[in-house]
Design a binder for this molecule. Structure first.
Ligand code: ADP
Length: 161
């Protein structure tokens, strides 16, 4: 039984994430989507909302579980959950440059391997940051995010930037 973790902040989840998760499902028997929170960053959606959107979109799929990553190291999360690998999507050389030291460090920490999947050309332009910006300026992002995300992105959100 091969198990892998797809980590991310998913703020919010978009179709580029979904495509990587779907391809990871073809490679592994079980996928844990680990929703992370970096205390140094600020988020558009709370952890609970990010978990909810991810569950609403993915939980019907067989072999996928969705969990908060919690505090601490991703490598330790993988060890606790018996995961053999981390799956990361790579859009650009900048992504790759950022990811490789983390992958190497994670392998040195607990032996967990990282598998990089090249972003599909249809989604390579998607990032959560860009989608939030486009949506905040009134652009139509309906073709780029799952329905539960679109609903929340277009709902009035008092008190939020
Ligand atoms: P993080 O905050 O950890 O960078 P993200 O939520 O931005 O997490 O992304 C989660 C994962 O999805 C990462 O592996 C990231 O490289 C990948 N990813 C993000 N956008 C895309 C995309 N458009 N196509 C493929 N993979 C992507």
């Amino acid at each position: 039984m091969r198990r892998a973790v797809c980590p991310g902040s998913f703020d919010p989840l978009h179709n580029g994430h979904l495509e990587i998760i779907a391809r990871a499902c073809n490679l592994f028997d079980e996928i844990i989507v680990a929703v992370s929170t970096n205390p140094a960053k600020s988020y558009r959606f709370t952890l609970e909302e990010r978990l909810q959107m991810t569950r609403e979109t993915l939980s019907a799929l067989r072999g996928i579980t969705i969990e908060a990553m919690g505090e601490g190291l991703l490598a330790e999360f993988c060890r606790r959950h018996g995961a053999d690998a981390i799956v990361r999507g790579v859009r650009t050389s900048a992504d790759f440059t950022f990811e490789v030291p983390m992958a190497t460090m994670n392998r040195h920490l607990t032996g967990v391997e990282t598998v990089f999947l090249a972003a599909d050309a249809a989604y390579v332009h998607l990032s959560s940051t860009l989608l939030k910006e486009v949506a905040s300026l009134g652009g139509d992002i309906s073709g780029f995010v799952p329905r539960s995300v679109y609903r929340r992105m277009t709902a009035p959100s008092p008190g939020r930037a």
